[in-house]
Design a protein around this ligand. Sequence first.
Ligand code: NAD
Length: 516
Amino acid sequence: DGLPPFVNESMLDLTIPANRTGFVNAIADVRGKAGGVIPLFIGGKDVTTDDTIASTNPAKPAEVIARVCQGGKPEVDAAIEAAQKAFPAWRDTSPADRAMFLHRAADIARRRMFELSAWQVLEVGKQWDQAFHDVGEGIDFLDYYAHEMLRLGAPRRMGRAPGELNHLFYQPKGIAAVIAPWNFPFAIAIGMAAAAIVTGNPVIFKPSSIASRIGYNLTEIFREAGLPEGVFNYVPGRSSVMGDYLVEHPQVSMICFTGSMEVGLRIQEKAAVVQPGQMQCKRVIAEMGGKNAIIIDDDADLDEAVLQVLNSAFGFQGQKCSACSRVIVLDPIYDRFVERLVKAAQAIKIGPSEDPANYMGPVADASLQKNILEYVKVAEQEGKVLVKRTDIPAEGCYVPLTIVEGIKPHHRIAQEEIFGPVLAVMRAGSFDEALAIANGTRFALTGGVFSRSPENLAKARRDFRVGNLYLNRGSTGAMVERQPFGGFKMSGVGSKTGGPDYLLQFMDPRCVTENT
Ligand code: NAD
């Protein structure tokens, strides 16, 4: 099919000196470019507006990373007009040609790997290795969806009845609004956009205001890849001004959203109301939050479990939808596990993510910091604090790494997504009780179990009802193709990203029967 076989991008290896200098140089280089005005990109052209938002470095709030022009209703209208114009030709471009654009985009991103990672270090406070992995995942999405489109692009003969010829094939749905979060600011944004584009749908991309400069990386990449005008449009804007307008627009055929449950539910509600002039039912794909648990069985390997729980709970400051926010520990092993967990958490190095020696950095923005600090107070009221790291930099969006015990299933800390480095320790009398606690929230995204008992692992396979379950492994770090990612219940609607069903959601199936 002309594409090299799909292989996941590799992780960052900092034992290689070129990688260390590559990163240091890229951060300096990006810092040199920071602070500029970033335009919108509509119909293949830069568009500036008078209204801008300054995106800042959460470790040093005085450092402006970019001043991003904000689109309003007129810009949404212009982008939709450009997308409509582009649609017929893009729809009729062959799947193989569309896939080639993704392949080209992946090559461009690969060439810019360090630089793309450096933007994340500075704009959202992501650690080097995590930023590198995010960009790698974005490249994986581009390559994987290119292959997937080739697989799905050919009409499929159905049935073998004599005298008739049946063909099943797919057409794009129309204009896709792609609404992205800030936490995997490259991977998730480019993954959603790439899926829409390769299936033949022009995109209106709205990044999060916390990561709009990183969002502009998509514009740079698709522009260099030579995507036809109007197929990819970059429209950052205040969600209070243009969010509902974009979702409700009668010409938008689908909304591909990743973010919080609250916003996801609002989008589903708005998209369900038919607007004057609207010609089709809108499809909403909404990947939403999590309240993920890891169960520690009484025979668990604690060397592994402690390390992986810390990674899952505090990696990127707990700001992952897959992050572990509840650890459910069986009674017989409770004291031993908690003692080691606490010691290890106290040893974590906290400081700017720019310095790779720091394991935990600032949270991405001051409003998030405020929200997490509120939850730390709730944790102190509901449970007993085991760790509260107040030895954190005074300047920047830092919050204390917090671990509390004594949390019961009905507590807010056991039920609400905090999206920060706050971990609840819960005690269970049996493996069955641990499973019941784990399943006892509105969410069903990821989960983990550490156990040496084949019987309990089998039970978890069957009864731990989450989208992505990891046995003897932490709950974060899904890889494209290997672990198709996504949940159900209030964790979202839609099929798994990086998996074989994902692209089908961006298309309508047609069947043509010929009487021969
Ligand atoms: P968010 O819901 O605050 O924002 C997501 C996007 O929606 C942003 O671009 C925002 O500007 C936009 N938005 C806000 N209001 C809108 C409106 N009324 N209409 C249209 N768009 C609107 O989420 P966030 O803080 O950016 O991201 C964190 C959340 O994302 C967490 O809840 C996390 O669990 C979730 N998440 C889920 C997955 C997954 O795959 N399930 C992956 C990553 C993040």
